[in-house]
Write a protein that binds this ligand. Sequence first.
Ligand SMILES: [Zn+2]
Length: 124
Amino acid sequence: MTKLETSAANWVGNRIYELSEIPEPGREWTSSEANIDDRILTSLMNRGLVNRVAGKRDDSGRRYYETKPKLYDAIQTYKEQHKETDRLLPCDDPECPGSGFRNIGDGQLECRYCEQVHDQEDVQ
Ligand SMILES: [Zn+2]
């Protein structure tokens, strides 16, 4: 199995929430199907982590892509390693890393990833 080099693995880890819906290798997908914005998609292309499917577009003219196995493996590995650890917030979404927040005042913290608002008192 090819592993990602550290810098690429760190990049994936920092964007795990945006990448969490990326389809498994062998499927062709558009950015809207995978819920990935164009900025992230461009980076994925530049880093060689996805393949563009030549000549195929959907009805809206969106291109199709394929996830490379090394990217998919890195995402799965990251999720396993960070399931319970590093979670600061008790978010309802089990996929949310809950590892960062914004203080929005009045003792309320907003999750940087899923935008759920928590009372500061509920956060350890
Ligand atoms: Zn969250």
